[in-house]
Design a protein around this ligand. Structure first.
Ligand code: GLA
Length: 382
């Protein structure tokens, strides 16, 4: 990470020393599309991050430079309006911090980083976290870590237009080195599980595709889950979300629920069960079983929830006969981005070569491979 280069660029341009923030992306070991159903997820922050340099501007003027994109956004406080593309992550955060009653002042910012965009590693939550946390630090604002995560989510809902769950923002804020976060998306409370298997590595394989329907399909899946809940509520008024639904309950109403909705709901109910089981596996050190759950999760996402794609399926399929791979599945919203794999450390290089060559032959694209470490969440650079 070019932290020093960023600091120098900022100093050269704005003639003042910045506060430097590292804001990581996230992986999710298991628990996909469960967060907006008030279920469970098991993410962690990773060592791919957005870095932001910040300082007060001394007026209402805000000026944000996105170095990689070579674009600059300028706006004035207190009235922030929607902008275009990446600007909305920043503007949205500023807007919702103000709505929370934060006494924000104008600022200068420069953004850099190494999270590949659209790869399912949540560069968007990292950008939101960099600004919510960064501005909170810069102006000493009284906002709790949970509120920071929620501000990021609100920005995404209302400025960007994706009705995402809370997992990505939460992992960005609460990440802890060598630990996964088992988050209960209903209570918004978490427990940390140590994730330290010295013989294994988390390997991400990037399909290098991001199919256009990703965000519309995401919102559609959310609506389908809500439809299932609405039907079930007629028989079980206590049901508030799919979190309250069991396989047996769904089964009892198989005739009342349209088949497509039934299949979506069943996936979510099963995936929640898998996350709980995965937590037990971690506590027992049973990585083999953990890996089987990852494969089962992928099958559900592919066949029941239908958010995978040919490229993701192929990357997972390639691992099935590889002894060094404990588990693999698509990760994040779907329709492209990365698969997450648990791979024996001695075979990472072989695995990487195999994936790159085989995938390239089929799709004429070179997949990028990252070996990820679980790190701390967003923080100030000392
Ligand atoms: C995206 C969203 C998350 C979550 C995942 C799917 O990353 O931002 O809230 O819903 O998809 O698990």
């Amino acid at each position: 990470m070019q932290l020093d280069a960023l600091r120098r660029a900022f100093l050269r341009h704005f003639q003042t020393e910045p506060l430097l923030i590292i804001s990581p992306g996230r992986v999710n070991l298991i628990g996909e599309h469960t967060d907006y159903n008030e279920g469970y997820v098991l993410p962690g922050a990773i060592d791919k991050a957005i870095v932001v340099a910040l300082s007060p501007s001394g007026s209402d003027h805000c000026e944000v430079h996105a170095l990689k994109l070579q674009q600059v956004d300028k706006f004035q406080l207190p009235h922030v309006r929607k902008g275009e593309g990446w600007q909305n992550y920043v503007r949205g955060v500023v807007h919702f911090m103000q709505q929370k009653g934060c006494a924000l002042q104008g600022f200068y910012a420069m953004i850099d980083g190494d999270i590949p965009i659209g790869s399912g590693l949540s560069s968007s939550a990292a950008l939101e976290g960099a600004f919510s946390f960064g501005l909170h630090q810069l102006f000493q604002l009284p906002v709790s870590p949970l509120e920071l995560a929620l501000i990021g989510q609100q920005a995404e809902h209302q400025y960007v237009g994706v009705r995402c769950g809370i997992m990505d923002q939460y992992a960005n804020i609460f990440g802890k080195r060598n630990h996964l976060i088992r988050l209960d998306c209903r209570t918004l409370e978490h427990v940390y599980y140590p994730f330290q298997f010295p013989d294994y590595r988390i390997v991400l394989c990037n399909t290098m595709v991001h199919h256009a329907l990703a965000s519309s399909a995401y919102n559609e899946r959310r609506r389908q889950c809500e439809e299932g809940v609405t039907i079930l509520q007629q028989y079980h008024p206590e049901v508030k979300s799919l979190r309250d639904v069991s396989q047996a309950m769904l089964h009892d109403h198989i005739r009342e629920i349209p088949p497509l909705i039934y299949m979506r709901c069943m996936y979510v109910v099963e995936e929640n069960e898998r996350v709980l089981m995965a937590g037990i596996c971690l506590q027992q050190g049973d990585l083999e079983k953990f890996g089987d759950l990852m494969y089962a999760s992928h099958t559900g996402l592919q066949k029941q929830y239908e958010v995978s794609c040919e490229e993701l399926d192929y990357l997972v399929e390639l691992t099935l006969n590889r002894e060094e791979v404990i588990g693999a599945r698509m990760m994040g919203g779907g329709f492209g981005g990365c698969t997450i794999n648990i791979v024996h450390r001695d075979a990472v290089k072989d695995f990487q070569e195999y994936i790159v060559t085989t995938y390239k032959q089929k799709f004429h694209k070179t997949p990028e491979i990252y070996v990820g470490e679980i790190v701390d969440g967003v923080h100030v650079v000392d």
